[in-house]
Design a protein around this ligand. Structure first.
Ligand SMILES: O=c1ccn([C@H]2C[C@H](O)[C@@H](COP(=O)(O)OP(=O)(O)OP(=O)(O)O)O2)c(=O)[nH]1
Ligand SMILES: [Mg+2]
Length: 155
């Protein structure tokens, strides 16, 4: 992908031993927001309804400072089988150098098998802001005030 297409943001990947036969995460269409992430496992994982598993993705990565990667569900797996990410969106910090993993959970009614190489999740690269944290005893007032959790009605 050219720098023009990628908005000048480069992400570096290092494949791990157990994933040498797999494609690195990749965009499946020209303007896809997420790169699909594959399961890098030595034997299939069977998730019974309600079960979760930390699925290795087979790579380490380096994001530029000021960016995160979000591990999100694929809607097809969610719709057809109830497979999602328990911590969605999972957060990959730009200073993380461990193997990326996917925390999958089966919210469906049937056991679901994850095989080596399956596209189990997608990963979106996103800018983040690290705010300056300051302490005060008085916050600026607003029209909403403390109203929340449906205070404006439902329809
Ligand atoms: O779906 C995920 C979520 C996290 N991570 C890795 C990358 C991330 O940078 C690190 C820490 O994640 P997070 O901050 O969400 O977890 P934590 O429980 O706060 O752990 P820590 O104390 O290590 O920050 O774990 C993944 O590989 N997959
Ligand atoms: Mg953390």
């Amino acid at each position: 992908m050219s720098d023009m297409q990628s908005n000048g943001v480069t992400v570096w990947f290092k494949k791990l031993e157990h994933a040498m036969d797999l494609d690195l995460p990749g965009y499946e269409s020209g303007e896809a927001a997420g790169m699909d992430v594959r399961a890098a496992i030595t034997e299939p994982i069977v998730l019974k309804p309600g079960e979760r598993a930390l699925v290795p993705a087979g790579f380490q990565m380096a994001l530029p400072r000021g960016y995160e990667a979000q591990i999100r569900p694929r809607s097809g797996l969610a719709y057809k089988y109830g497979i999602t990410m328990l911590n969605s969106p999972g957060t990959i910090d730009s200073d993380y150098r461990g193997e990326v993993k996917v925390l999958a959970i089966n919210h469906g009614n049937d056991p679901f098998t994850i095989n080596h190489g399956d596209r189990i999740a997608q990963m979106v690269i996103s800018p983040v802001i690290q705010a300056t944290v300051r302490k005060t005893d008085t916050l600026p007032g607003t029209e909403r005030g403390q109203g929340g959790f449906g205070s404006t009605g439902v329809a």
